[in-house]
Design a protein around this ligand. Structure first.
Ligand code: UN1
Length: 503
């Protein structure tokens, strides 16, 4: 069993290492609390150490010796079963997720569904995972290259998509024949544990997937620095990503990083404004703005600026804020006190820089909001491209509105940040749409839709300080979790040596 109950009925959850639920050698746990109501203690999780991480890597390294030889279609079959199990448990997994990180049920259902979709999609790679065959230079010789696994993968995942993102990384790792050590964000260990439990119940053999909860400094670094770990896949902030990269470098690991964003929606003067407002509301304030893909900048053509802002502000003021378990609520809390403090800091920074607070700007802490980390959805207008609220990732419910006089200016503003994840344009002019699509330096681009909503079978990732050249999702994920082996089969060696001598 994954858990045991204490006298106060608070569940203590354990690590999963080498096919068994085990406590950390530290003897310590940490709390997992509901950000909508901090009285609600969801459970206690293991405060693991470097020694726990090492045991998990030991187990994964041993299990790799057999898992790599399990035929890929068979690995895929286990993963198909896992996808179905996750689908069957969708509602309870979604509720656990809303409780532990706050986003509304409609979104946590979407998060779980993304894990289902990704698992079904990549399980199918067990029967594809195509390589190449190519003619050889020589007679009686056959040449091909095949995908091979790398070994143990260290997977470090964030709290904002607590089941989807682990699935983006773990499923391609497994189908390709690798084994895994997962360290989830300390704010969302239950969703990670639910995901791992589904894999176990589907029949993933012992040691193939290991879960170690705890802090990045203790567990994360130990995984990233272990020479037996051959791949590290990390989603989180750009600062931590840089550190992961540096720590992984001495042992020549393959490192996949998915980091910050400052995504832009560009609204041209011919846009369908109703559509654009709807996109900005959900792109900006969905998941309380806590998405790497959040539309935290809106650049509006000066001709439609005032009409757009009036309607955007009107709709944002009507959003219902509260506990995401209530189906009527549209936006939940920030994930913790630190994240809320960041939001409040940026509200002050924006005002000091001279931006206009068009709505929001305050913490909500009365009545139903008294025990959570709630903040009003906030819009700044009159923002200029150099302001910090236009440059820095806030990861909260704050949107900055800027103006432009042309598409060219909008594109320059859009590209004028260190990040490059997602961008979008609202226009009815196909020439403008294709120009923007070509010229925005981002990994993802949308036309007449917000910057959010990536689908599992397309590559996901960004340019510049958002990523390091890799993509996850789609079959692009296999590039991270496999490498190529080229094989030459010489079926007439003697004859060929003779040929080589004469040619
Ligand atoms: C993230 O914020 O890290 O495209 C991922 C989207 C979601 C995934 C976001 N499907 O917005």
């Amino acid at each position: 069993m994954s858990s045991s109950s204490t006298a106060t009925t608070v569940t203590t959850y354990q690590n999963y290492i080498d096919g068994a639920w085990v406590p950390s050698e530290s003897g310590k746990t940490f709390d997992n609390r509901n950000p909508a109501n901090t009285d609600d203690l969801i459970g206690l999780f293991q405060k693991s150490t470097a020694a726990d991480a090492k045991r998990a890597v030991d187990a994964a390294a041993r299990a790799y010796e057999d898992w790599r030889l399990v035929p890929a279609p068979k690995r895929g079959e286990i993963l198909f079963r896992a996808a179905q199990i996750i689908a069957d448990r969708k509602e309870s997994f979604a509720r656990d997720m809303t409780r532990e990180m706050g986003k509304v049920l409609a979104e946590t259902r979407g998060d779980v569904q993304e894990a289902v979709d990704m698992t079904f999609f990549l399980a199918g790679e067990g029967r594809r995972m195509h390589g190449q065959t190519t003619p050889s230079e020589l007679r009686n010789k056959f040449a091909m290259s095949t995908r091979v696994p790398l070994g143990v993968c260290g997977i470090v995942t964030p709290w904002n998509f607590p089941m989807a993102i682990p699935s983006w990384k773990i499923i391609p790792a497994l189908v390709a024949g690798n084994t895994v050590v997962l360290k989830p964000a300390t704010l969302t260990p239950l969703s990670a544990l639910n995901f791992v439990t589904a894999l176990i119940d589907a029949g993933v053999p012992k040691g193939v997937v290991n879960l170690v909860t705890g802090g990045g400094g203790d567990v994360g670094n130990a995984i990233v620095e272990d020479p037996r770990v051959r791949v590290v896949s990390f989603t989180g902030s750009t600062d931590v990503g840089r550190e992961v990269s540096l720590r992984a470098a001495p042992t020549f690991k393959k490192v996949h990083l998915e980091m910050g964003g400052k995504n832009v929606i560009m609204i041209m003067d011919d846009a369908d404004l109703e559509l654009a407002v709807e996109g900005c509301v959900w792109g900006g304030f969905g998941t309380t703005g806590q998405r790497c893909t959040a539309a935290s900048r809106v650049v509006v053509h000066e001709k439609v600026h005032d009409a757009f802002v009036a309607e955007f502000v009107r709709q944002v003021k009507r959003l219902t804020i509260g506990d995401g378990l209530d189906e009527k609520i549209q936006m939940g809390p920030s994930v913790n006190e630190g994240q809320l403090a960041t939001v409040m800091d940026y509200v002050k920074i924006g005002q000091k820089e001279g931006a206009t607070l068009a709505c929001g700007g305050h913490r909500l802490d009365q009545g139903a909001h008294a025990k959570g980390f709630f903040h009003e959805p906030t819009i700044f207008t009159g923002v200029t491209p150099d302001m910090r609220v236009a440059q820095e990732e806030i990861f909260g419910p704050v949107v900055s509105v800027l103006t432009c006089a042309s598409l060219e200016e909008a594109i320059a503003i859009g590209n004028g940040v260190i990040y490059g994840l997602s961008a979008s344009v609202y226009t009815r002019d196909i020439n403008k749409a294709f120009t923007a699509m070509r010229d925005l330096d981002t990994g993802i681009f949308y036309v007449n839709a917000p910057t959010i909503g990536a689908e599992v079978h397309l590559p996901f990732g960004g340019t510049k300080a958002t990523g390091n050249g890799h993509r996850e999702a789609g079959i692009a994920a296999l590039e991270v979790f496999s490498e190529w082996k080229s094989i030459y089969v010489d079926f007439s060696a003697k004859l060929q040596r003779a040929q080589m001598d004469t040619e």
